[in-house]
Design a binder for this molecule. Structure first.
Ligand code: B12
Length: 339
């Protein structure tokens, strides 16, 4: 069928989805292979089949139509598919080395894996460090291999404070750092605020930027402004803030420590599980002066609670406890009470 040449179509997507949902990596790989054999590029298959299906997995989890273990199983299938596609790629021959890494405590490794193999499919040399790289790991790899640039991936807005730490470490070695992933806004404002050399939405955009990157970058200047000052204090006491907000929320919602083990899918438990994520999103919003981060996190939580049959007003209660705990911080309070 000529219309299927070079592309991923609806039949591929359905076949791939069924295989992923069934945890069947053999069939999922066969669907991907079929598209490649019809002339679709590795970039197209990874983006339009693998990444597109992962978005569907995420939406279904949010809707409560898919459990966390299904989400993990689906991701494992996609990871296997990417590795199989990668095994068929020729060895890159030369050119600049790119180092692809995930921010510390970022377990969304598939986006970075997809970026790595898309680059390799174009004959570029790309090293992949896997999920959650510490600053020390990252710096010692940079010193060992001297990459032309680091491509740093972050999916969670709550990773933005750790993006800043990694950017500082990478720039400390003089190496340019290009950031990407769903933690960032498409205009690249968060990336710029955090001191990244550049932002790229796709592997192709990152490659397009390579020629414009400086050979050597200076250390990241300290972040100034009232938000950055508050961000430091909130970040330093994040654990105690989370503990206090959890205690207050547990009292209001009737959740207990043992419920987190016996009823992990109860909407109240799901809601309170996200308190650390919310606090880190707030720090990210303070660092980047981007109120959308807090708004998005709140909107997502309202959705998650509503889809699980809970009362969305519970999110207001949680927000109230957080605002109360942070009342000495005017910038943080303003971000929380903005909506
Ligand atoms: C699978 C998944 C997980 C798995 C990850 C397993 C793994 N090994 O990767 C698990 C279950 C662990 C997980 C956990 C969580 N997740 Co999750 N997860 C997802 C999901 C469904 C798919 C991610 C994925 O694989 N995408 C496929 C890749 C290929 O797509 P991509 O991001 O679009 O990547 C492309 C571009 O962004 C770009 N790119 C990415 N990085 C870079 C870097 C550079 C330099 C460049 C140039 C380009 C680039 O190129 C890629 C290729 O096209 C997404 C939903 C989604 N729509 O993506 C949520 C999502 C990322 N998760 C989310 C959340 C909130 C969480 C949790 C906090 C809560 C939860 N849902 O349980 C925890 C936190 C865990 C942690 N500390 O890391 C949110 C993040 C929202 C935000 N921005 O803050 C998302 C977006 C879901 C949502 N709609 O809210 N998750």
């Amino acid at each position: 069928v000529t219309s299927r040449v070079g592309t991923v179509d609806g039949a591929d997507l359905e076949g791939y989805w069924k295989a992923v949902a069934a945890g069947d990596d053999v069939t999922a790989s066969a669907v991907a292979q079929g598209a490649l054999e019809r002339g679709a590029s590795v970039e197209t298959v990874l983006r339009d089949l693998v990444a597109a299906t992962q978005s569907r997995v995420g939406s279904l989890w949010a809707e409560n139509s898919l459990t966390v273990s299904h989400e993990h199983a689906a991701t494992a299938v996609s990871e296997t598919v990417v590795h199989r596609i990668a095994a068929g790629l020729p060895e890159p021959t030369g050119g600049p080395l790119l180092l692809v890494a995930c921010v510390e405590r970022e377990w969304h490794s598939l986006p970075a894996l997809v970026v790595t193999h898309t680059l390799r499919s174009w004959g570029l040399r790309a090293d992949y460090l896997g999920a959650s790289s510490s600053r020390d790991q990252l710096v010692s790899r940079i010193l060992d291999t001297g990459p032309r640039a680091v491509l740093l991936s972050a999916s969670l807005a709550s990773s933005l404070p750790r993006v800043r730490r990694q950017v500082e470490a990478i720039r400390g070695t003089g190496t340019p750092v290009v950031v990407g992933g769903s933690a960032f806004d498409p205009a690249g404002r968060r990336a710029q605020a955090l001191g990244a050399t550049a932002y790229a939405a796709t592997p192709a955009a990152a490659v397009g930027l390579l020629g414009t990157l400086p050979q050597h970058v200076t250390p990241a200047p300290a972040l100034r402004g009232p938000g950055a000052v508050e961000a430091r204090s909130v970040h330093t006491s994040a654990e105690s803030i989370v503990r206090d907000v959890l205690l207050a929320s547990d009292a209001g919602l009737g959740t207990t420590e043992s419920m987190r083990i016996t009823a992990p899918y109860d909407w109240r438990v799901v809601l309170t599980t996200f308190v650390p994520h919310v606090v880190d999103c707030l720090v990210g919003a303070l660092l980047t002066a981007d109120p959308l981060i807090v708004e998005d996190a709140r909107g997502w939580l309202v959705d998650v609670v509503a889809r699980r049959g809970g009362d969305p007003a519970a999110v207001d209660v949680l927000w109230g406890h957080l605002a109360e705990r942070l009342r000495e911080f005017p910038e943080a309070t303003a971000l929380l009470l903005r909506h």
